[in-house]
Design a protein around this ligand. Structure first.
Ligand code: SF4
Length: 408
């Protein structure tokens, strides 16, 4: 089993709160798609023939790609990797890019899961976040998505907004539950260091955010999700039974995945790779390396192998800088830390039996010993061989994980 992630680094404009690297222009789109296709083929052997069960278009705004462009990428993926029967194919979309015709086109291509950046059903919130859509269009898109044949729909909502109060947040959740959508990703608004919102707040142009608003909304969110039968399966994610994101769950279960595009990460079970994040550099580097590789080692071959892009680790260094792709060989201790960090964020929690079997007794014994004071303090819970966080404890997952890390 394996997953594929395709990063589309373009947006129509920059949202005030956004801390992600994305370009608010499509000028580089053609060049980017060429580089992306080169990378997909170059990574052909990366997953060692594992069957691909999930494909995820993330961004940025993947719905800025045309139906034809998405079709070409899916076609290439099917030619390059052994894709299983009925894979989960998710596309992140922003309402300002959607139409009924476009959504029907996606469905016909086999895209079967949508993750739509609604963020709020209230215009004052959307204005504060400088989103391009309004609440009516948000509702219209969800109607279109259903008409187009999508049933596996997730939306993003943001809480802890100074433009909202408990009543408005409850109304947002009412609308979500009334729509009967199977999945919700809900995030607390945070101030990213270089975001427009951070500067606006510093200059006193917009009201600041308050931690207590986020805590209040989080408590409402957890309670109402449980009342409505949704499983809180990851800190920010809620779903109806069996409707969790299979792609994202594969990250938490250590399933290998290949990531394509600027800043995308890949993991093969033993090492992690991550790509150059600057779009122009990514395009140039892949084109140049492709030319160089073709001349140097693969004359006559149309596209180079991944080896041309990655600098392999040397014996004396665990991590090296490559021109396009960085690689880090993970030690057993790093794999342990990663397992602890990822699994604590989920309702599945840390499985001590699995840890003992797969990583060795020294890790499971260490983890259990480190857990005892945290359990006594009420910061961590244990049922049989599982260590996990309750709704209330989940907000502090990072601090708990740090205390379980190796060599804490
Ligand atoms: S659409 Fe998403 S990625 Fe693009 S600027 Fe807005 S928040 Fe950032």
């Amino acid at each position: 089993m394996a997953g594929l992630y395709i990063h589309i680094p373009f947006c129509n404009s920059k949202c005030a709160y956004c801390g992600f690297y994305s370009l608010p222009s499509l000028k580089l789109k053609e060049r980017f798609l060429e580089a992306l296709k080169t990378e997909i083929v170059a990574r052909k052997g990366y997953l060692h023939g594992e069957t691909v069960n999930t494909v995820y278009f993330g961004g940025g705004t993947p719905s800025l790609l045309s139906i034809k462009e998405i079709s070409e990428l899916l076609h290439l993926i099917n030619e390059t990797f052994p894709v299983g029967i009925g894979p989960e194919i998710t596309l992140e979309a922003n309402p300002d890019t959607l139409s009924l015709e476009y959504l029907k086109g996606l469905r016909q291509l086999g895209v079967n899961r949508l993750s739509i950046g609604i963020q709020s059903f209230f215009d004052n919130d959307l204005k504060y976040l400088s989103r391009r859509h309004d609440s009516n269009h948000a509702k219209q898109c969800l109607d279109w998505a259903k008409q187009a044949g999508f049933s596996n729909i997730s939306i993003d909502l943001i809480y802890g907004l100074p433009t909202s109060d408990a009543e408005q947040w409850n109304r947002n959740l009412d609308l979500f539950f009334e729509l009967g959508l199977p999945h919700l990703s809900a995030y607390a608004l945070t101030l990213e260091p270089n975001s427009i919102l951070t500067k606006q707040i510093e200059l006193g142009k917009v009201p600041p955010i308050k931690e207590e608003d986020a805590l209040r909304d989080y408590e409402i969110l957890c309670r109402r999700a449980a009342e409505n039968g949704y499983l809180h399966y990851e800190i920010s994610n809620f779903c109806q039974r069996g409707m969790h994101s299979k792609h994202n769950a594969s990250y938490w279960f250590g399933t290998p995945y290949a990531g394509f595009g600027p800043s995308a990460h890949s993991f093969d079970g033993a090492s992690r790779q991550w790509n150059e994040s600057n779009v122009a550099h990514y395009c140039e580097a892949f084109s140049a390396a492709s030319r160089h590789c073709e001349e140097r080692s693969n004359p006559g071959q149309k596209l180079p192998s991944l080896d041309c892009f990655v600098v392999p680790p040397r014996n004396d260094e665990k991590r090296v800088q490559g021109p396009i792709v960085e690689i880090e060989q993970l030690t057993p201790e790093q794999l342990y830390d990663e397992y602890v960090m990822l699994r604590l964020r989920t309702h599945w929690g840390i499985d001590l039996k699995y840890m003992k079997r797969e990583m060795g007794e020294r890790f499971s014994t260490y983890c259990e010993k480190q857990a005892q004071p945290l359990i006594a303090q009420g910061r961590l819970s244990q049922t049989r061989e599982f260590l996990y966080l309750t709704d209330a404890q989940m907000l502090f997952a990072d601090g708990v994980a740090e205390e379980l890390f190796w060599d804490n």
